[in-house]
Design a protein around this ligand. Sequence first.
Ligand code: F6R
Length: 611
Amino acid sequence: MCGIIGYVGSKDLVSVLLNGLKRLEYRGYDSAGMAIKTNLGITLLKSEGKITNLESIIKEQNLAGLDGNIGIAHTRWATHGKPTTINAHPHSAGSISLVHNGIIENYQELRIILEEEGFKFKSDTDSEVLAHLINKFYNGNLPQAVEKALNEVEGTYGAAVISKEDNMIVGAKKGSPLILGIGSGEHFLASSEIPIRDHTRRIISLKDGDIITITKDKYNIVSLGQRQEREIETIEWDTEALEKKGYKHFMLKEIHTQPETLTETLRGRIEPNKKNIHLGGFDNLPGEYFEQLNRIILLGCGTSWHACKVGKYLFEKTLRIPVAAEYASEFRYQNPVVNPGDMVMAVSQSGDTADTLAALQEGIRRGGVPFGMVNVVGSQIAREADKGIYLHAGPEIGVASTKAFTSQVLAFNLLNLYLGIIRNKISDEEAQDMIVAIESIPSKVREALLLENEIKAVAEEYCNHSNFLYLGRGLNFPVALEGALKLKEISYIHAEGYPAAEMKHGPIALIDNNMPSVFVATEMNSSCSKIISNMEQVRSRNGKIIAITTEDYSSQIGPLADHTIYVPNVQEYLSPIVNVIPLQLLAYHIADMKGLDVDKPRNLAKSVTVE
Ligand code: F6R
């Protein structure tokens, strides 16, 4: 949600910033801009829309190769003020230019005061207030002016500031991510390590309250007036993960590489005797904690929340303790009941989602023990939780989450097994059977991906429909929710996920021959006849049925459905991983057939770092 990058060094400044913005574009793409400092002063370049628009402006002005060595850049996801050029960052005031990710909550009060003091505003943004405040306090000492300005603001920020006079960038972090990249004779500041990894693997993830100064050769981190020494981390992911590698879109690549990303999620986690699970991120808690645990709270947003719902189903069935799967965005405002010692687990691909981070902090405040299930190593949630399980699915660039979901469900399976064994709910034999099933998952997903041509044919037939219903029961209900979310976010088609049996309590009124229903109908041992009657209810109202099922149910479902997609048979707890594959492909192909920008759907951004 907004991406920033700053660079000090001797490489071609405009290219470093522009390429960095392209890497960060998944965080927002309403408008973009950069400020470059040369011996002539600071040049500001801004444009509405995607980074390619900014690139055209740069080309027109023939700025590539300009002799500058300090610059900051920003790609925006609008919160305050429309996505216009005037509202694009950087914002300038006096000799100051600033890029900001986050929200200044008291900007209206501050703006009134500043305007009364004679400061003239150009934009509608909250961020411009910060630029004016820094300018107001600037008397030749940039870090000090930034610190004084930040003392006045309430809200969140990952910010980078330059001035005409200083050969440095000053960065500040609170609530929004900010990473330092340490190169040789160059330094970077960015909202994630993704744009930095093209240049260096050595990073420091800054902490809330840090103010950092970078020059070509040095960096200095200060918090509460004290200089800080921080350990340098090494980034492990390679930059190949950031390329499309022949796929038309990142989303398609991410769908197709799930056999490999699931293998990575499993790596090193199954003990050689195949009777136990190794989770390094749980080692620092005594076994008694898990034996005595009597409540789990899972927190997530969007797709990650759907994975939490799968986790709840697994844990409750195996562990027989109450599990809540809560929308992180609601949790902290509902006066939640958290008992001391409850496991509070934040589930997040990015590890930077503001709602999920805030919910985790609320859980901690109320006495819960924090855990994370996160993909991005070293992200804010990972650090706040300190214990948990990394997905190791590699960077997810497509805005619609795909491989993170399947890795989350797999990680929940590992965790369920781990806890079930500790709590004597799973015998050695059961553990071995489950582990064999878990190990087969990458190849089952590979099989499911072979359904692509069949799904493309379905997509062709339905891509012009305006409404879809996705239905499933039990474990397949969160899969139905996920299928509907994928379709609406990238194809802008209205889609609703519903428990199949709830359909008759309302949504059935919508059914006619223009409203296709996608039934996720595997795992129906006890509810097969019920799902069949739900299908009959749709058919008798002329509704079209697309069924995701297994060959086991071909005789019951085949005759009822207009299209039947047979997914491979897998163990029940793992079925959401396989069942979601056709739904990801269906959403992808419908959006692609409609000619939409699949990787950057309108109004969305990858990491939602504002509440
Ligand atoms: C859906 C999607 C979003 C995210 C949600 C949480 O495709 O991408 O719904 O799942 O914003 O993001 P993370 O998992 O990064 O916390």
